[in-house]
Design a protein. Structure first.
Length: 68
């Protein structure tokens, strides 16, 4: 695993994933305004930690979820 530098996400525009449930439970938010990265956070803890994935890694992760 390579280190990804810290990014300033204070101005990121977050949106709830369309795959998150609507019952207030597991809610994932992503920020689309970073072309090479996919920042991810828990919507219940917006000031908490964020994960940052390279776009290729995020795409592979989502594809694996779709196919089992």
């Amino acid at each position: 695993m390579r280190n990804i530098p810290d990014y300033d996400l204070s101005t990121a525009v977050w949106r709830k994933s369309s795959y998150s449930g609507g019952g207030g439970g597991n809610c994932l938010e992503i920020a689309d305004d970073h072309p090479a990265l996919v920042p991810v956070r828990d919507s219940k803890s917006p000031h908490g930690p964020k994960l940052v994935f390279r776009t290729e890694a995020w795409s592979a992760f989502v594809e694996n979820l779709k196919h089992g």
